[in-house]
Design a protein around this ligand. Structure first.
Ligand SMILES: [Zn+2]
Length: 400
């Protein structure tokens, strides 16, 4: 097809696409060629979300928020799943029974690390109903006993297409071959950490249960033997300090949620990539103001510091734990001092190198594209996913 009058790299051009971008210039439509008039809208490489949890996102689209619990209809499996609990309201089994006792209810904390079950849920799972119903880190037993859901990946695909996303890296640590097979149903291109050839091996550090240095070294050595870099999940300062003991060039840090200048300098010196969430200090402003150590507050997801120090930097939304809309992350990065084009580039770097050279629309690249309603300067003056007009993966226009 021919995309007529699109803005590419500051020029108004016509772009012919098949599976790849075939021609860019002043072009004449073929006799039966489909034509889309871009009317000067920017044609960009499709965005790549460098850190997402697709199956959890699918589940979240199928869940309700705490405020909706009292009136929510159970799903066909009889359960109600609640997400987005920020911990402000104290929740345990008894309180949850008061809020909703008639059907099994499972509440997931926003961190993704804590669950609360009501009595009906514990009974349905054949678990002890006398405790407080709180479970840290969903264990294998619970995973086995929870009724399975078929994830609606078409729905996730449509959501991501509305944001102009053509690819994503799934950072879920428990991903294996079975999850990768399920995830193949997503219309976007997907890198599955620890599974996709050459993709980094995810290593999670989580206070207060940090591994010993030698255990961490063993995990990293195993990844290196398999020819993979590592992607270390490090949110707190202590987690990052431990990660710094093992990271090498080509590795990445997921989050680096607290990163003072001296640590950013170390990351830069070692050529370690950071995949950041510039929107977290905006989305979670209230929570961070009350829960984060005052000494750490100036260094929360410090996108401008990373750039100043020369840390290779890409971004991911961390959906569903963060808002899945990358344009909100771009807007947050700009508000926090990054230049608009640098903020956009956080999602334009290649999947295999989140801190690498941003992809650009050029002949012969795979036609993974995102067309905006307006020119790029206008779009970056007020970034919003509402400006995304069409999204193509390999030349196929995605449903939204
Ligand atoms: Zn994550």
């Amino acid at each position: 097809m021919l995309i007529r009058d699109a803005e590419v790299e500051g020029r108004r051009v016509d772009v012919r696409i098949g599976e790849r971008v075939e021609q860019i210039g002043s072009l004449v439509a073929g006799p039966a060629e489909e034509v889309l008039d871009a009317a000067g809208g920017a044609l960009l490489p499709g965005l790549h979300d460098h850190h997402i949890h697709v199956l959890s996102l699918a589940a979240s689209l199928d869940s309700v928020h705490l405020g909706e619990l009292a009136t929510a209809a159970p799903r066909h499996d009889g359960w109600i799943r609640v997400i987005g609990w920020d911990g402000k309201m104290t929740l345990d089994r008894a309180r949850l029974d008061e809020l909703r006792g008639d059907v099994p209810v499972r509440v997931q904390h926003r961190s993704g690390q804590l669950w609360v079950f009501n009595t009906a849920a514990l009974r349905a799972l054949d678990l002890d109903v006398k405790g407080d119903g709180r479970v840290y880190r969903h264990d294998g037993l619970l995973r086995e006993r929870m009724p399975a859901r078929t994830p609606d990946l078409d729905r996730v695909g449509r959501l991501l297409a509305r944001f102009g996303i053509t690819g994503a890296t799934d950072a879920t640590v428990s991903n294996g071959a079975a999850e990768a097979e399920l995830l193949a149903g997503l219309p976007q291109r997907l890198v599955v950490m620890s599974v996709t050839d050459g993709a980094p091996c995810k290593v999670v550090l989580h206070e207060p249960e940090l591994p010993s240095l030698s255990d961490l070294e063993d995990s990293v050595a195993a990844a290196r033997r398999a020819g993979r870099p590592v992607a270390v999940h490090a949110v707190t300062r202590a987690e990052l300090a431990l990660a710094l003991a093992v990271l090498e060039s080509g590795d990445r840090v997921e989050h680096a949620g607290v990163c003072p200048p001296e640590m950013a300098a170390m990351l830069a010196a070692r050529d370690v990539t950071v995949v950041t969430q510039p929107h977290f200090p905006v989305e979670r402003a209230e929570q961070y103001a009350s829960e984060v150590d005052p000494g750490d507050r100036p260094w929360l997801y410090p996108c401008t510091l990373f750039v100043e120090k020369g840390v290779p930097l890409g971004a991911g939304t961390d959906a569903p734990f963060g808002d899945p809309d990358p344009w909100k992350a771009i807007a947050a990065a700009i508000d926090r001092g990054l230049s608009p084009s640098r903020a956009l580039d956080l999602f334009l770097t290649p999947p295999e190198a989140p801190g690498g050279i941003p992809r650009r629309v050029a002949e012969n690249m795979p036609a993974d594209l995102c067309l905006l309603d307006t020119g790029l300067a206008g779009a970056l003056a007020a970034p919003s996913s509402s400006l995304v007009r069409a999204t193509w993966v390999g030349g196929s226009r995605l449903e939204t």
